[in-house]
Structures are given as structure tokens and as C-alpha cells.
Design a protein around this ligand. Structure first.
Ligand code: PMT
Length: 427
């Protein structure tokens, strides 16, 4: 779930291309996140997908005609003015070369372009067109003009195009557009201007080129934290071992495999890091004699000797105690099966952390791989809080709220949804 979108007014412009069908999935995803989605279709878009499809998905009117009026808070208002003034975010997906050109030129010859021209606020475009149209200097110039005005773009991607050819021009996937929409609308939130670095996933320590020592971490908890930080306006970096889930959009990804690589990546990030969260399950040991050929089986017992890996958070904590002030907040997770509290407090102190999030990984609904977590927070000042079972997204959002509070940003003002009930009444 993305609470950042809840109650937000989103205008979804759909221009005419075969990729218009993907906008249906996007409209559905946004609506499921409790956003109020007003779809504007160009006449050619309506040839690819019937407006009634969007109407059914969003349960709101779909606009195609410049000369339509809308009932807005008891008043009859000109459609494009009402939509443009109410919107918190304007997405155009797919955005054709023609639509991009009209926006860049400030043309206003249909409802979509006139509403875009009347709108002041964050805008996200997901272009879709043939490769030659995308790479044409005219399109590149128009895209640059819009970027200079602060418009965000996602894609286009490489892939199979309507023509059957393969190249750059395929519209971004609806889920990716959704994720970047969360980032765009979250800008200016309470973590604005801060860089949050999160580790995620289980490191893999090679035994030989085909085998490794690993653990059950999927990266779900770390990915949820990255989404939650991004949605509050943080510049977010996810240093991740291989993930079993899609990586979150709108965050910088730093892929690694081993504990040593994760250590190096975190140390490189550290000077620019305001908040560091260690949600990765980092191997404490690695094979000391990893070989670069496949080990063959033999009748004899095999013994693999192990050596210690660097402890990333311990090193961060040690450096904080020295000359450099380090990040404002360093947060660790403790994955425990026994002596839960004692182990969590030991990690808090030994690694010089501000906060430890303890999860009992022996419980079936908590810790590794599942979508839920039951955690207890241990803070430096002795505060201790046990939270009920929540989804990992909810745990991540609650941790971010704790970070916001600790950084003294609770009263941060961000733009609220435009209308009390968010409604422009149906026509
Ligand atoms: O990825 P999921 O499937 O969603 O599962 C989530 C999770 C269970 C992995 C996550 O919630 C979690 O508990 N992560 C920390 C797991 C862990 O390795 O805990 P630990 O008690 O071994 O380590 C304590 C802290 O030190 C952790 O923040 C860890 O990232 C860090 N550490 C550990 C070892 C090491 N060499 N370097 C470290 O920085």
C-alpha cells in the first residue's frame, strides 16, 4: 500500500497509442491506493480503449471533450479548469510524440493539452512511440524543454514495439509508473533533503563458481523501507544483495552479492548519508578458500573452513565515535530466535546504534520471506516498544515516522489533497 497516494487527486492523461491499454492497469493501481483518478483521453486514445473501461475502473467520469462542464462543489465549472486546479499530480501515460510536442509548444487544442497548460504542479510523462520518433531531434528537444520546466519522465524502455520491431520506445510498465508517481508526489515531504541509505537482502558468499553460502532473506523488509523513505521525500539508496522481489522504483539501486561488497558500497555512501538502516541479513562468515572452479564430489567428507566478514554496522558505529560525526541516525535490525531482548540490546550498544528493530525470526508470520513482521523497537534512551503484527510496508512506514520524529520534522508541512472530500461531482 502507498498511503502517500491516499486521497490525492490524480489526472491521468491517456494519449493515442496501442500502449493505452496499459493505462487501464495504472488507473486500477492508483485507484486501489485510494487516489481519486480523473482520466482525460484524447480522441485517438478513445479509439484504442473505450472510456467506459476507465470509468468502471476509477468509478469516476472520464473526460474527452473540451466543451464539457463539471459539477465541482455545487458549481458548474469548465472541465479543464476544474481538473487542473484540483490535481495533485498529472500523469500522461502513454505520452505520444505528438502529445509531448504539444505540451512543449504550449498548444491547447484538445482537453488533455488545455488541462496540462492550465495546471501547475508535478507532472510525470511515460512516453511511448517508435524508436525513430523518440530519437528524432524534434522529440529530444521537446523532452528537454519539458525536463527544464521540471516535468519528470519514466521510460521509454527497450522492447517490442507496435510495429513488431524491437527498440527503445516501449512505455514503462504500469507498476514502475506507479512507483515513480509515489516518488514524485512525495517530494517536499518530511524527509526532504535527506539521503537515506538502506541495506537489504541476504548476502551470498561463494564456495565455488556455482555454490554459495546464503540465508533466507528476500529483501522484502529492506524494499519496503526504501519505498517508505522515498514516499516521504528522501533521496533513497538501496544497497541490496540479490532480491526475491522487484526492486522499488524511484530509488537508487546499488546491487552487490557478498558482505565485503556490501561493506564497500555502504562505506562509499557513508559520507553523504543522513540516515543508515541495516535491514540486510549479512553473512558473518565466508568460506576462506573459495575456489574459481567447480568442486567435484568425492566419497570423502568435505570441510569448508570459514573466516569472518566485516561487520558493516559495527564499523559505521565505530567511525561515529571518532572524529567524523557520521549519519544523524543509524538503525539496525536484529534477527533473533532466542534471548531476544538481551541480543537486541547487546547489538544496540556494541554497534553504537540509535535504534534496533528486533524481529523474532522463529515465528512463522515474522522475519524472513513473509509479508508481515512483528517487531520490538529498542532505542538508545532506553525506550522500548513492542508493535503488533503488521505488513512489512506498515512496519516500514511506522519506522519512517519514528525517524521523522527523531529528526524533529514532525511538523513538516506538505501540500494536502485539494478538496476536503476530494470530489469533483460526476457530470
Ligand atoms: O528480507 P526479508 O525476507 O524481508 O527478511 C527481513 C529480515 C529478517 C532479513 C530483516 O527484518 C532483518 O532482521 N535483518 C537483519 C538480519 C540480521 O542479519 O540481523 P543480525 O542480528 O545478524 O545483524 C544485526 C545488524 O547488523 C543488522 O542490521 C545487520 O544488517 C547488521 N550486520 C550484520 C552482520 C554484518 N556482517 N554486518 C552488518 O551490518
Amino acid at each position: 500500500m502507498a498511503p502517500i497516494l491516499s486521497g490525492k487527486r490524480i489526472v491521468l492523461g491517456v494519449s493515442g497509442g496501442i500502449a493505452a491499454y496499459k493505462a487501464v492497469t495504472l488507473a486500477s493501481r492508483l485507484t486501489q491506493a485510494n487516489a481519486l483518478v480523473d482520466v482525460i483521453m484524447t480522441h485517438s486514445a478513445a479509439k484504442f480503449v473505450a472510456p467506459v473501461t476507465f470509468q468502471g475502473i476509477t468509478q469516476r467520469s472520464v473526460a474527452t471533450d473540451t466543451f464539457e462542464f463539471w459539477h465541482d462543489a455545487g458549481r458548474l465549472r469548465i472541465g479543464h479548469v476544474a481538473l487542473a486546479h484540483a490535481a495533485d499530480l498529472f500523469i500522461i501515460a502513454p505520452a505520444t510524440a505528438h502529445t509531448i510536442a504539444r505540451l512543449a509548444l504550449g498548444l491547447s487544442d484538445d482537453l488533455l493539452s488545455i488541462t496540462a497548460l492550465s495546471y501547475k504542479g508535478p507532472m510525470l510523462l511515460a512516453p511511448a512511440m517508435e524508436t525513430n520518433m523518440w530519437t528524432h531531434p524534434a522529440t529530444m528537444g521537446n523532452v528537454q524543454t519539458l525536463r527544464d520546466w521540471g516535468v519528470d519522465f519514466i521510460g521509454p524502455e527497450e522492447g517490442r514495439l507496435a510495429s513488431g520491431e524491437v527498440g527503445e520506445g516501449r512505455v514503462a510498465e504500469p507498476e514502475d509508473i506507479f512507483e515513480v508517481a509515489c516518488k514524485v508526489i512525495g517530494r517536499g515531504g518530511p524527509l526532504d533533503g535527506l539521503r537515506v541509505v538502506i541495506t537489504a537482502g541476504g548476502t551470498r558468499e561463494p564456495i565455488d563458481p556455482v555454490r554459495f553460502m546464503g540465508n533466507h532473506s528476500t529483501g522484502k523488509m529492506g524494499a519496503a523501507l526504501a519505498r517508505a523513505a522515498r514516499d516521504l521525500g528522501a533521496e533513497t539508496v538501496l544497497v541490496h544483495a540479490p532480491l526475491a522481489v522487484p526492486p522499488p522504483g524511484g530509488v537508487s539501486l546499488v546491487p552487490v552479492h557478498t558482505a565485503q561488497q556490501m561493506y564497500a558500497a555502504v562505506m562509499e555512501e557513508l559520507p553523504q548519508t543522513d540516515v543508515l538502516i541495516g535491514a540486510a541479513a549479512v553473512a558473518d562468515y565466508r568460506p576462506s578458500d573459495s575456489v574459481n572452479y567447480k568442486l567435484k564430489k568425492s566419497p570423502q567428507q568435505q570441510v569448508i573452513s570459514l573466516e569472518r566478514t566485516p561487520d558493516i554496522l559495527h564499523e559505521v558505529g565505530r567511525q561515529r565515535g571518532e572524529a567524523s560525526p557520521g549519519p544523524q541516525l543509524v538503525i539496525g535490525f536484529a534477527a533473533e530466535t532466542n534471548d531476544l531482548e538481551a541480543n537486541a540490546v547487546d547489538k544496540l550498544e556494541r554497534k553504537n546504534l540509535d535504534l534496533v528493530v528486533l524481529n523474532d525470526v522463529s515465528a512463522p508470520d515474522s522475519g524472513f520471506a513473509v509479508d508481515t513482521n512483528r517487531v520490538t523497537l529498542f532505542e538508545r534512551d532506553g525506550n522500548r516498544e513492542a508493535w503488533p503484527l503488521m505488513s512489512k510496508d506498515e512496519v516500514a512506514q511506522a519506522i519512517m515516522q519514528r525517524i521523522v520524529a527523531r529528526l524533529g520534522r514532525l511538523d513538516w508541512k506538505r501540500s494536502q489533497p485539494k478538496a476536503e472530500d476530494g470530489s469533483i461531482e460526476s457530470r
